[in-house]
Design a binder for this molecule. Structure first.
Ligand SMILES: Nc1ncnc2c1ncn2[C@@H]1O[C@H](COP(=O)(O)OP(=O)(O)OP(=O)(O)O)[C@@H](O)[C@H]1O
Length: 205
């Protein structure tokens, strides 16, 4: 099963940002979100990933299908690279961390604590986490921040491999990853910021 987003409206900080967002993402496919800073890409991704409530519309996908990589890497600072991945493998009920270590060029850093990694190395570890989730839909918010050119290329290859295996990727990115993927400009869905957000629960934000 893929991902279907239907007539979705999202808000942040009590302000409606996007309305009527709709798209389908089939197995093996990627979709790239574009739009200026502050247009609502992160908010849309967070809503699709279930991290904040939607205003209206529907997100259809299998239960527990989405793995979300946010701006922050969500690492456990005192655990090593391998222990971080092992932790996530246990959380997600998977076991193999070696493929993720290899594909994100982390083998030589496996025993280093996360707090002692560079920004780009932390980002690689944060992205490697996606692989150990075993989840088919990768929702990625500016995944290449801090990555050097070689790491960007490696990441793009990893996304392609994920797609080739029937996975999906929804990405907000300002750079060209060389993916054969349609681009969705979120500006098309800009909401009236003065419109009502009804009973929207701000406590989630
Ligand atoms: N925690 C928050 N509380 C209130 N408003 C917020 C919060 N986070 C973001 N916003 C606002 O929501 C709007 C949309 O932000 P969002 O991060 O979704 O945009 P974006 O398209 O991802 O931007 P960028 O390209 O800069 O990452 C912006 O005006 C932003 O200032």
């Amino acid at each position: 099963m893929g991902l279907r987003v239907e007539n979705l409206s999202v808000a942040r900080g009590g302000v409606p940002l996007l309305t009527g967002v709709g798209f389908d993402l089939a197995p093996g496919k990627a979709l790239i979100l574009r739009g200026p800073n502050g247009s609502g890409k992160t908010t849309l991704l967070r809503t699709i990933a279930g991290l904040q409530p939607l205003l209206e519309g529907r997100v259809h996908c299998s239960e527990d299908a989405i793995a979300y990589a946010a701006h922050s890497d969500g690492l456990k600072a005192s655990l090593t690279v391998a222990e971080n991945l092992q932790f996530w493998a246990e959380v997600f009920g998977t076991s193999d961390i070696d493929v993720a270590l290899t594909r994100f060029d982390l083998l030589t850093l496996a025993d280093r604590p996360a707090h002692a990694l560079s920004a780009g190395q932390k980002r690689r570890l944060g992205l490697a986490r996606l692989m150990v989730t075993g989840r088919p839909i990768w929702v990625l918010d500016e995944p290449t921040v801090s990555l050097d050119q070689a790491s960007v290329a490696r990441f793009a290859e990893n996304v392609k491999t994920h797609l080739a295996g029937g996975g999906m990727a929804l990405l907000a990115t300002h750079i060209d990853l060389g993916l054969e993927a349609p681009v969705l400009d979120v500006g098309v869905f800009k909401a009236d910021p003065t419109s009502s957000i009804g009973g929207f629960d701000e406590e989630f934000l």
